[in-house]
Design a protein around this ligand. Structure first.
Ligand SMILES: *[C@@H]1O[C@H](CO)[C@@H](O)[C@H](O)[C@H]1NC(C)=O
Ligand SMILES: *[C@@H]1O[C@H](CO)[C@@H](O)[C@H](O)[C@H]1NC(C)=O
Ligand SMILES: *[C@@H]1O[C@H](CO)[C@@H](O)[C@H](O)[C@H]1NC(C)=O
Ligand SMILES: *[C@@H]1O[C@H](CO)[C@@H](O)[C@H](O)[C@H]1NC(C)=O
Ligand SMILES: *[C@@H]1O[C@H](CO)[C@@H](O)[C@H](O)[C@H]1NC(C)=O
Ligand SMILES: *[C@@H]1O[C@H](CO)[C@@H](O)[C@H](O)[C@H]1NC(C)=O
Ligand SMILES: *[C@@H]1O[C@H](CO)[C@@H](O)[C@H](O)[C@H]1NC(C)=O
Ligand SMILES: *[C@@H]1O[C@H](CO)[C@@H](O)[C@H](O)[C@H]1NC(C)=O
Length: 748
């Protein structure tokens, strides 16, 4: 299952997990069980009706010639941007289909799981930033998410003219959906499996809040006086408040986000004419030719559309980054200089500081305090009682009290509240950089402080405590969130991922009134704005910067825009995140600098195909990207240099046999700065690594002038798994064009 990349394992996510477990064994064992598959035939068909007929003919031929069966099994024909169909098939039928000449590729449909905006000021895009208003208002951003809230002030259209003339998207009136306007110009939903979802509504309406949040972060209007119960008060706004929004709902509360639906959304968005796609959804795959997001994004790329995707929330473990195809912009989540803390005072007068959003004002009232471990329902439930799991505590001993619990599941506050308790203090070793929202008075403390509280509980006959309402505190930033997925890239040893970092901790943006703040049972808190954390929230920040850069340079290629954003990023420090570039890629995004990068590392679509050939992909597996079976990787010079790609970062994976590793990177930069300019190279090499650049100086005499150079990295073997960071900077008096160079030893 692909998941929304939000670090809130709330109520509905458990629903998702449950469903996964229930259906998985069936898929695996039943030989003739019918499942959904997507069959891919090529690029956009000339005649859509004919294409649909062809789909049915092809299907009929694998179903013993029965048109009736074919029509019954087909669920969708993709004809707007590529030629493909989705159908319910048995294993045998799918294999037959795979063997047909006209079918380029067949893959099974998987379900992916749901992986003030002070943040804009923090990264240097103030409300007063220079803007290219006319072009900005012609930009359409597309979000594939849980839908959108049309009533939100972030999407009101006062001051907006009609949609740009090129726009071909649509927006109908749907159930519980008031319709579009000149700001929200597209809204569609995709749910091809036809299974009812009791928690959701068949409409682009966002009952979850995630899609509303990401959309408003990307392109929401400026909304003054936004806050969450007074917290994070300020003007909420997107990166490009004048741009238009198109929502493609592909994620559903019960079933998550399925490949068929994601692909249908790409098909539609590309055809509709979006300029940027933001997709905060993930699922682990290593194969760039069968992952739906990777395939859909490549087709978008061919039409000049940049796709920005979240890196995932599976950090800080190594090798967890997802959405790592070279044509995606892969975004890590960083923290800004603001945290939400609430003080806990115990009856002995001691105070500790907890992390979290607690909107409840206790008015100095102390409540009796117990530890979950001491109030188990019975002796069998003692182990679960430590974590305050559902049905593990004795309601009589919890009633009217605060309970201390170890972190075992999100939502223990609802369990305690549900049996008459007052609130919760959670002890945890992880996630202390993210403010979880509580549905009852609650906060999270580290284990040292937690043990201290437990000791206090056991030291007195009538322990008590009070949890104060949360306050904003200033913290050192930026740093990469503990949850943000880390490299190295599991899909290629030659490609650094994630690409870039953007704020993704405690981000305030629009929300839905259809769901309480936590979605937990018993939560009565509702708000038009809320705080969310996750690489899901970081992703629309970068998609917004893409739109911002595009508003100044409408003709730049996706690779050029991506390069501009990466080479101007603010370097981050390995002292703060010891996974270095595997945590933050090129560093923290710097939106205004990205408009004027000086030089860009540009590429066309075929460069990526060469890279894949170099990586060992064969021509037939690449047909799904290229749109024909004619690719011959042998004849196509499989690219030159170590990674065969003109990428703005460089990654060397050391040989494991103890030999010296030499990597030669061939790169080419294009002048997009002043006509006449000279750039000199500055190299930083980590200890044990020699890096040389030839030539050391590049001079340009006109705009669009290209210059090539090579970087040679020689590195000694390393004994342990670690990452060494170097860099190459091309400097002119006005620009610094920085590329990190990462050297690491792959895990054996
Ligand atoms: C959606 O609309 C239907 C009827 O139009 C209504 O009965 C239902 O309560 C609405 N659902 C929500 C969640 O607003
Ligand atoms: C914001 O709130 C303050 C105080 O509640 C009020 O004085 C002010 O007019 C509000 N501003 C806007 C634009 O609504
Ligand atoms: C826990 O937090 C306290 C401050 O509240 C700090 O002094 C202590 O070092 C922290 N312990 C751990 C293990 O992080
Ligand atoms: C509790 O923490 C305080 C400092 O915050 C420390 O002085 C004290 O020794 C701790 N108590 C226990 C029992 O660990
Ligand atoms: C091409 O690669 C795919 C996937 O790796 C593999 O299944 C197929 O057999 C390969 N085809 C050829 C001709 O090597
Ligand atoms: C691919 O190209 C190579 C080199 O040009 C050639 O020898 C080979 O026959 C080609 N293969 C196919 C299937 O066309
Ligand atoms: C780096 O260069 C120095 C000086 O030329 C040389 O002694 C050393 O062996 C080189 N190291 C590597 C890893 O090539
Ligand atoms: C680049 O290097 C040349 C020759 O070493 C030098 O004359 C020039 O001043 C340098 N330019 C910059 C911007 O550092």
């Amino acid at each position: 299952m692909a998941k929304l990349m939000m670090k809130c394992l709330c109520y509905f996510s458990y629903q998702l997990l449950l469903i996964l477990i229930l259906t998985a064994p069936l898929d695996a064992t039943e030989e003739n069980q019918k499942n959904f598959y997507v069959a891919y035939l090529g690029d956009q068909p000339v005649d859509e009706d004919l294409a649909v007929q062809t789909h049915i003919q092809i299907l009929a031929s694998v179903k013993g010639g029965s048109y009736h069966d074919a029509k019954e099994s087909i669920v969708y024909s993709y004809t707007e941007s590529f030629n493909a169909f989705a159908a319910k098939l048995s294993n045998d039928e799918a294999q037959k289909l795979q063997r047909m000449d006209r079918v380029l590729s067949v893959f099974p449909n998987r379900y992916h799981q749901l992986h003030t905006t002070r943040s804009w000021d923090f990264i240097g895009l103030p409300q007063t930033a220079r803007r290219n208003l006319k072009i900005e208002s012609d930009i359409v951003v597309g979000l594939m998410d849980t839908g959108i809230t049309p009533e939100s002030e972030s999407f009101k259209d006062s001051g907006f003219g009609p949609p740009p003339a090129k726009w071909k998207g649509k927006c109908d009136h749907f159930a519980n959906f008031s319709g579009c306007n000149n700001k929200l110009i597209g809204a569609r939903y995709f749910k091809l499996d036809g299974n009812p979802d009791p928690w959701d509504i068949l409409s682009p309406i966002d009952v979850d809040g995630h899609g509303t949040h990401t959309s408003s972060t990307l392109a929401g209007n400026v909304v003054a006086n936004a806050s969450l119960y007074g917290l994070a008060w300020g003007a909420a706004r997107g990166a490009v408040p004048n741009a238009r929004v198109a929502a493609y709902k592909v994620c559903w509360v019960s079933s998550g986000c399925s490949d068929m639906d994601i692909l249908a959304a790409f098909d539609a968005a590309i055809h509709d004419g979006v300029n940027v796609i933001s997709i905060s959804i993930g699922g682990a795959t290593e194969d760039y030719a069968s992952d739906t997001i990777s395939v859909g994004a490549f087709h978008a790329l061919k039409k000049g559309i940049v796709t920005v995707a979240s890196a995932g929330n599976d950090g800080p473990k190594w090798g967890t980054v997802s959405n790592h195809a070279p044509w995606l912009v892969t975004v890590a989540a960083s923290g800004i200089d603001r945290q939400f803390k609430s003080k806990v005072k115990t009856g002995n007068g001691r105070s500790v500081s907890g992390v979290g959003v607690n909107t409840f004002d206790p008015k100095e009232k102390f409540y009796p305090l117990v530890s979950g471990a001491d109030v188990a329902k019975n002796s069998e439930s003692r182990d679960s009682a430590r974590f305050c799991f559902d049905d593990s505590l004795d309601p009589k001993k919890v009633k009217g009290k605060l309970v201390y619990c170890k972190l075992g599941t999100w939502g223990a506050d609802s369990v305690i509240k549900g049996i008459g308790g007052v609130g919760i203090i959670v002890g945890s070793e992880q996630f202390l950089d993210v403010a979880q929202i509580y549905m009852a008075p609650g906060t999270m403390v580290n284990v040292t402080d937690g043990d201290n509280i437990t000791d206090y509980i056991h030291s007195t006959r009538s322990p008590s405590a009070v949890i104060y309402k949360s306050q904003e505190v200033k913290v050192r930033a930026p740093f990469i969130a503990s949850f943000s997925s880390r490299g190295p890239n599991p899909g290629s040893k030659h490609l650094l991922k994630p690409d870039i970092a953007a704020p993704g901790i405690d981000i305030l943006a629009s929300y839905t009134l259809m769901k309480s703040l936590t979605g937990l049972k018993g939560d009565t808190q509702y708000s038009k704005f809320t705080l969310m954390s996750g690489t899901s929230m970081a992703c629309p920040h970068i998609a917004g910067v893409v739109a911002y850069v595009k508003s100044f340079h409408p003709s730049w290629s996706p690779a050029a825009i991506k390069s501009a954003i990466m080479t101007t990023a603010k370097p981050m420090s390995q002292r703060v995140n010891n996974e270095a570039e595997f945590a933050y890629g090129a560093g923290q995004v710097n939106p205004q600098k990205a408009v004027s990068p000086g030089l860009v590392y540009d590429m066309d679509d075929m460069s990526y195909i060469q890279f894949l050939c170099h990586e060992g992909y064969n021509g037939s597996s690449l047909a799904v990207l290229v749109g024909s079976k004619s690719i011959n990787c042998t004849s196509l010079i499989p690219g030159v240099g170590y990674d065969a790609l003109n990428y703005p970062t460089m990654q060397v994976s050391l040989k494991s046999n103890g030999e010296l590793t030499t990597a030669i990177f061939r790169r080419r930069v294009t002048n997009v700065g002043p006509r006449l300019s000279i750039y000199n190279a500055t190299i930083k090499a980590p200890k044990g690594v020699n890096i040389t650049v030839k030539p050391m100086s590049l001079s340009f005499s006109r705009t669009s002038h290209k210059r090539s150079f090579s970087v040679v990295v020689k590195a000694k073997p390393m004994s342990s798994t670690q990452v060494l960071s170097g860099s190459l900077e091309w400097k002119s008096p006005r620009h610094v064009v920085r590329s990190p160079i990462v050297i690491y030893r792959p895990q054996d």
